[in-house]
Design a protein around this ligand. Structure first.
Ligand code: DC
Length: 218
């Protein structure tokens, strides 16, 4: 069984996906980390992120291993633990650029299909229910309004960076949404047979309970 959870940044999908995977004893796979790993690798090489050929080669060569952990996943890139580095904003911005490139998507989608082929996974991303596993048993699409998603991000960032600015972060969220929803390949859209969950007014536990109820009913 494959549970696909798609949605924009800050919709609460990774928090919910992690808890659901624990509760069902499934493996949690965060596909955003793969795009981030490619971006990080390119940035470290000082490569031009817009150079399709160079980025394609980096994506093809990079050995990305996702190691399941009690909470979430550890990411190894060519054997190095880059988990913490991937959370960085600069890497996130780079990931949005490389994620729009067909060859990068082809390479990473093949890895994702390989990881999911035995089932028992909760996979989160942007195109899991539409492209990676269009036949997934469950497809959820999580949404929340941009102000609420910005506020969540702000609370997260503020711990590390007291000068974080809420208005700026909301603008960033809107900009990233625009890029993800309007790119030519695998744009962020809900699968036709996806289930929409608006999490604006719910906390992660409430979202998890809603999802588990839907799964159990089936
Ligand atoms: O979820 P995230 O912020 O870690 O994702 C990083 C970037 O990768 C973001 O711009 C969306 C993109 N992405 C994607 O295009 N497809 C996925 N399956 C996962 C992430």
């Amino acid at each position: 069984m494959i549970i696909a959870i798609d949605g924009p940044a800050g919709s609460g999908k990774s928090t919910a996906a992690k808890i659901i995977a624990q509760r069902l004893n499934f493996r949690y796979i965060d596909t955003g980390a793969m795009y981030r790993a490619v971006a990080l690798s390119a940035q470290r090489k000082n490569a031009d992120l817009h150079d399709l050929d160079i980025i394609a080669k980096i994506a093809e060569k990079l050995d990305i291993q996702l190691i399941p952990q009690a909470e979430g996943q550890q990411v190894l890139a060519d054997g190095e633990d880059v988990t913490a580095l991937l959370k960085n904003e600069t890497v996130g911005a780079g990931a949005a650029i490389v994620a729009a490139q067909p060859k990068v998507r082809e390479v990473l989608i093949a890895k994702q299909r390989e990881l999911g082929k035995k089932g028992g996974v909760v996979m989160d991303g942007r195109d899991i229910g539409t492209v990676v596993f269009p036949n997934a048993e469950f497809k959820f699409f999580m949404e929340a309004n941009p102000e609420e998603r910005g506020r969540r991000r702000y609370l997260e960032l503020k711990e590390k960076n007291p000068s974080a600015n809420l208005e700026e972060i909301i603008e960033q969220v809107k900009r990233r949404d625009h890029e993800d929803r309007n790119r030519k390949i695998s744009p962020l859209v809900m699968a036709e047979d996806g289930m929409l969950l608006d999490t604006t007014r719910f906390n992660p536990n409430e979202v998890v309970e809603q999802i588990l109820e839907i799964i159990e009913k089936k």
